[in-house]
Write a new protein. Sequence first.
Length: 262
Amino acid sequence: MYDTAYAMSAPHEHDDIEINIGESDLVYVQGGRTLDIPAGRPSLFWASRPHQLVTGGAVRLMWITVPTATVLSWAPRLGHRLLSGDVVVGGAESLPPALAETAARWSGELRRRSTESERAAHLEIEALVRRIAETAEASAPGGRSRNDPARVGAMARFVAEHFAEPILLTDVARAVHVHPNTAAREFREVMGTSIPRYIAQFRLAEAQRLLLTSSLPVDAVRRASGFASATAFHETFRATVGATPREYRRAAGGDTAPSVGG
């Protein structure tokens, strides 16, 4: 899809890799960091972590979503960076010419459900991902860490560093020296979600990463991700992903079709 996008009122997440290319600079908040993506530079990130476009005003933007397992098969060297929450920014030279026209063609080919046209679009999107991977090592993302005194940034960093441990709202509040009620209110106002929900999202993201990239037994994945009980793990996983952890792992290579737009 190539269309006009506006600042998002709250973070959201979805279980795939998102590719974004803006005509002007893009600014995202993700995991307690503010990330600047220069105009005309393609970016890849794992959308399973809450992210929020905060760019002021309207921006012309191309976005594509591709199943996580598909991107990892195309560009395995980016796997650790993407699944660790990095935003990978490629060079402008990796972009196809006539971006708006290319996006419209891909969208039409993917919707037609013609085997040949779908295959052509898949191959061109794969080529884009591979070119981003090729140019990413020489590209600096331009992200600025929110390591200032802002309490919400400090709370988000604390969650990112300790989500695999048995942490509670009170632990997050104690880390920034405020009352739990204050921590909960400020976090929700800035991030658009609660601290317990944010912790659960990080745990779920780590579980998905381990299911995709390791051969650990499911219960070992559960423990490594910070879920205290098997029941909570399976209920959270099914409610969010729509499948059990075992089903998710088995189906990881099944649905491999990119989507242009959303």
